[in-house]
Design a protein around this ligand. Structure first.
Ligand code: ATP
Length: 381
């Protein structure tokens, strides 16, 4: 058991409270005139992480990335990389490199010249330069198209040229601004895996900005959720998904049902919430952070819900009655919107385990909506 924990800490220093971070962002703010784009952000990022900054458009993700790269200076606070304060250090002297959203490839240059541009200002002999370019092209599996121009490449290949050009300088940290946004859905998913594979191979820290929460969930070791310049929560994808710290995070990452209520009673491991909008009390497995009378939200993920035509059984099971209001077929799963007897709409997902043209639960069916006390989380109002 101890050996396993030690292994986990070595592989994942972000889970070890004693590990030393590679990047420390300390109370960093950035103001443009009277407008605060980044507001007192503090983060610790560890070597080898694939760290994702997520949030809606305009929440300050790119501004934070630009301050790490040295394209903008913080208005207050400081950034340290490997213990060295970055204040006043120009971009080209920082151990970081940035891959831009647009890729910024030169259309008239071949793939190898585009990649070589990344080290054009570095002093080295011709043979070394050539082998560095070859190494970078092989890293992203593009050696066979080295002489082509960008317009002769697919979208995914262009993205890899930009990656090779950023990696050829051998930075300690690679900053990626929406690295997959130019690709279509299928290619994005495939490229996500390639990016993870590449990061594992080169072993450097990647900080990825994305507005796509699914992408962040698939890629990241940890995610920081931002809103209006502030970091609202930092955690592993499963911490963020299963234990959101606020309504904003619960709603932003994935789909969630939110029920507003008041704590009626607290027993160890079981809190009863009076919930007028569901017309009944809800049971939530929670610790002692809450007190009777407190206003709260019960957050429940759609895949944790069971739908059935028979009433559920069990002591710690919540149940509502309702009717199928909407039904969406998504191939691998179906999305149900159930109108409960109190009028509240509840979203539930069900996995389509078999091929069938008939629904076990169909439009207008009367159903029982149920979930275990352990399935939901309680959030402060
Ligand atoms: P997106 O996902 O749309 O790229 P973002 O989260 O990356 O958004 P930022 O580009 O960091 O957001 O911008 C944060 C806020 O700061 C925005 O309201 C933007 O208009 C503002 N901002 C960014 N750069 C400047 C600037 N140079 N001058 C004034 N305001 C700026």
């Amino acid at each position: 058991m101890i050996a396993t924990q030690e292994k986990q800490s070595a592989d994942r220093p972000w889970l070890d409270p004693n590990a030393t971070p590679q990047i420390v962002i300390e109370g960093v703010s950035k103001a443009y005139g009277g407008f605060t784009a980044v507001d007192n952000v503090s983060l610790s990022i560890f070597k080898g992480e694939m760290f994702a900054l997520v949030g809606a458009s305009g929440c300050g993700k790119t501004t934070l990335l630009r301050m790490l790269a040295g394209f903008a200076e913080p208005s207050s606070g400081r950034i340290l990389i490997d213990g060295v304060p970055m204040s006043g250090v120009p971009p080209y002297e920082r151990p970081v490199n940035m891959m831009f959203q647009s890729y910024a490839l030169f259309p008239h240059m071949s793939v190898e010249r585009n990649v070589g541009y990344g080290i054009s200002r570095m002093k080295m002999d011709g043979a070394t330069r050539k082998s560095r370019i070859q190494e970078a092209l092989e890293m992203v599996q593009l050696a066979h198209v080295a002489t082509r121009k960008p317009h002769q490449l697919s979208g995914g290949q262009r993205q890899r040229v930009a990656l090779a050009r950023a990696l050829i300088r051998r930075p300690k940290v690679l900053l990626l601004d929406e690295p997959l946004s130019a690709l279509d859905k299928k290619l994005r998913e495939q490229t996500q895996f390639e990016l993870m594979d590449l990061q594992y191979k080169v072993g450097i820290t990647f900080i990825v900005v994305t507005h796509d929460q699914d992408e962040a969930m698939a890629l990241a070791t940890r995610i920081a959720v931002m809103d209006h310049g502030k970091v609202l929560q930092v955690g592993t994808p499963s911490q963020i998904y299963e234990f959101p710290a606020s309504r904003f995070v619960a709603d932003f990452v994935g789909t969630t049902n939110l029920f507003e209520g008041t704590v009626r009673s607290c027993e160890p491991g079981l809190i009863t919430v009076h919930c007028p909008e569901t017309g009944c009390d809800l049971l939530v497995d929670e610790d002692g952070r809450f007190a009777p009378g407190q206003r709260v939200w019960v957050a429940l993920r759609p895949e944790k819900i069971r739908l059935g035509k028979e009433p559920p059984s069990g002591a710690r099971v919540n149940q509502l009655r309702g009717m199928v209001w909407e039904l969406g077929y998504l191939g691998n799963r179906s999305t149900y919107r159930i109108k409960t007897t109190s009028g509240k709409l509840v979203t539930a997902f069900s996995q389509n385990e078999r091929r069938t043209s008939e629904w076990a639960i169909d439009w207008s069916d009367e159903v029982f909506v149920s979930w275990d006390a352990e399935a939901a989380v309680l959030l402060e109002s």
